[in-house]
Design a protein around this ligand. Structure first.
Ligand code: ADP
Ligand code: MG
Length: 529
């Protein structure tokens, strides 16, 4: 194990690191700091939350002198990240007194120009605003010796590649260029070949792309019950702060509304919000005024809150990179984090492809039952009620209705009903799942009709394999299969029937568009055989 004292860096910086409470370098810091200190270009790859800022910040600050001009520039994808990186560098250089300045769009440019005039050593900025200053000649990069591209994958994703290239052209060729990223898509390698000089690549071993402190599981959910499933999951988890990811802005708005209506402290973050609204939501989240932040991938860029306990993928991420980014919002700074992914039957194949890329299989977990939720919550509900009883300062205006109800109904019934109202749950115990009615299936089974048959070369094996893969059931649990010329019947166990239905309704089998629906009961005479 290494210590910060082992690095060849100034005492001022070591003292600041100690004050920040960092005990030992994180894996990426341990590997990359000595390489950067040697000089030369370096690419550093490690997952979100692994301390990449200090990994480049420490050697960079060690190199900066008190000479009064801009010596280093750090480009970040968002304003939030610029501010955060500036904050971290300021702490690291507390005793060295390096002057750092974040510059980003949305803040008055006049203010930034004045600040730049006062003399700055390190500029941290978003590409657009940095270019703006270069064009106005209010920022000069001739004497910059170090350039950092931070969160490079996100910058490219956001379309900053041309801006970055224009900026790099303004900087002395004799510079040290550092590139940090959580993922390494091809475009990054392209950019590095063009603008970096034989970079050394340091990455935290590919096998563990995801941090070990993040526990990851998935839940198989029905599209139809997704919201209810989410509520059961969050009710049975110990969540301090959670980020819930949705695919679209509309999804964010709808889920935020649905959760608020059910009494959760939740708010949404998406691209249509003004910067002021965005800041206000983020403030509520940081202060823990809200428990859940609901966001799209894009809106979540630059969110960097240390004590997020849960990341919930309400909608499965589009690609492995996005999965890695999302779950990296938890388990930060060595804390434990939990990443939960909801997967509908139609998304099972997509989950498998993500698993291939991240080189791990996610264990699945059962959706908690209502009993689980009540069991989990009862202590907290009881405490809330007891607290009111014991402080004994209840207003008296309910007295007559209380008396009235207790004279008409047994107290258990009354309390039960009030608990239901108070805790926002209409616990309808009956399943709100599908009811396929009589499908003419064997006992305990549901029979489905598929609108193709031998005419598209359908075989029992194709059907069995597809169902087993999408629904995750054993081939032998699938019942009778009858393939006719133009249609097919298949029987599946009752409890997997909803999943089969959602997986295969309007889907493809053997590359052919098919539809599946509950079969009609067999005509009476058929039963005589
Ligand atoms: P990344 O850029 O890799 O996503 P950050 O640089 O934002 O990660 O670091 C995540 C958090 O970890 C920050 O709060 C940072 O202060 C903290 N951190 C960084 N290095 C260490 C360390 N060696 N020990 C403890 N905490 C650290
Ligand atoms: Mg970072």
């Amino acid at each position: 194990m290494m210590y910060f004292d082992d690095f060849q860096i100034s005492g001022d910086i070591k003292k600041a690191i100690k004050e920040m409470g960092f005990e030992a370098p994180s894996p990426i810091q341990e590997k990359v700091i000595p390489v950067i200190l040697e000089g030369g270009d370096v690419i550093g790859q490690a997952q979100t939350g692994t301390g990449k800022t200090a990994a480049f910040g420490i050697p960079l600050l060690n190199k900066v002198t008190s000479a009064p001009y801009v010596q280093a520039i750090i480009l970040t994808p968002t304003r939030e990240l610029a501010i955060q990186v500036a904050g971290e560098l300021q702490k690291l250089s507390k005793f060295k007194r390096t002057r750092t300045l974040p510059i980003y769009g949305g803040q008055s440019i006049g203010h930034q120009i004045r600040a730049l005039k006062q003399g700055v050593h390190v500029v941290i900025g978003t590409p657009g605003r940095v270019l703006d200053h270069l064009r106005r000649k209010t920022l000069k990069l001739e004497r910059v010796h170090t350039v950092v591209l931070d969160e490079a994958d996100e910058m490219l994703d956001m379309g900053f590649v041309e801006d970055i290239e224009s900026i790099l052209k303004e900087v002395n060729h004799e510079r040290q260029t550092l590139l940090f990223s959580a993922t390494m898509p091809n475009e990054i390698m392209k950019l590095s070949r063009k603008y970096m000089n034989q970079p050394k690549v340091v990455s935290i071993s590919k096998g563990d792309v995801t941090a070990p402190s993040i526990n990851q599981v998935y839940f198989k959910v029905l599209e139809k019950n997704k919201l209810e499933s989410l509520c059961r999951i969050i009710d049975s988890e110990e969540i301090d702060l959670g980020i819930i990811f949705c695919r679209t802005k509309k999804g964010v708005a709808e889920l935020a509304e649905a959760l608020q209506a059910r009494g959760y402290m939740a708010d949404g973050l998406h691209g249509d919000l003004t910067q002021m609204q965005r800041d206000s939501v983020m403030k509520k989240f940081r202060d823990s005024t809200i428990e859940f932040l609901i966001a799209t991938d894009v809106a979540a860029r630059g969110i960097d809150v240390d004590n997020v306990t849960h990341v919930i993928n309400y909608d499965i991420p589009q690609d492995p990179e996005s999965y890695v980014h999302r779950i990296g919002r938890t388990g930060r700074a060595g804390r434990k984090g939990l990443a939960l992914t909801l997967v509908t039957p139609r998304e099972m194949k997509h989950l498998r492809s993500i698993e291939m890329e991240i080189k791990m299989t996610l264990p699945s977990q059962e959706i908690p039952t209502i009993e689980d939720v009540v069991e989990k919550q009862q202590e907290s509900w009881k405490q809330q009620v007891v607290k009111i009883i014991e402080t004994n300062d209840q207003p008296t205006f309910f007295d007559s209705i209380v008396k009235d109800m207790l004279s008409e109904y047994p107290p258990e019934k009354v309390v039960n009903a009030l608990m239901n109202i108070a805790f926002h749950r209409e616990f309808n115990v009956e399943d709100d799942s599908y009811n396929f009615g009589d499908t003419g299936a064997a006992k305990g089974m549901v029979r489905f009709f598929i609108n193709v048959g031998r005419n598209v070369q359908l075989t029992p094996k194709i059907i069995v394999d597809e169902i087993a893969e999408l629904v995750g059931i054993l081939p032998k649990s699938i019942g009778r299969i009858d393939i006719f010329e133009n249609f097919t019947f298949v029987e599946v166990p009752e409890d997997s029937a909803p999943f089969v239905y959602e997986a295969l309704r309007y889907s493809r089998l053997n590359g052919i568009r098919v539809n599946l629906e509950p079969a009609k009961p067999r005509p009476k005479r058929e039963k005589k055989f």
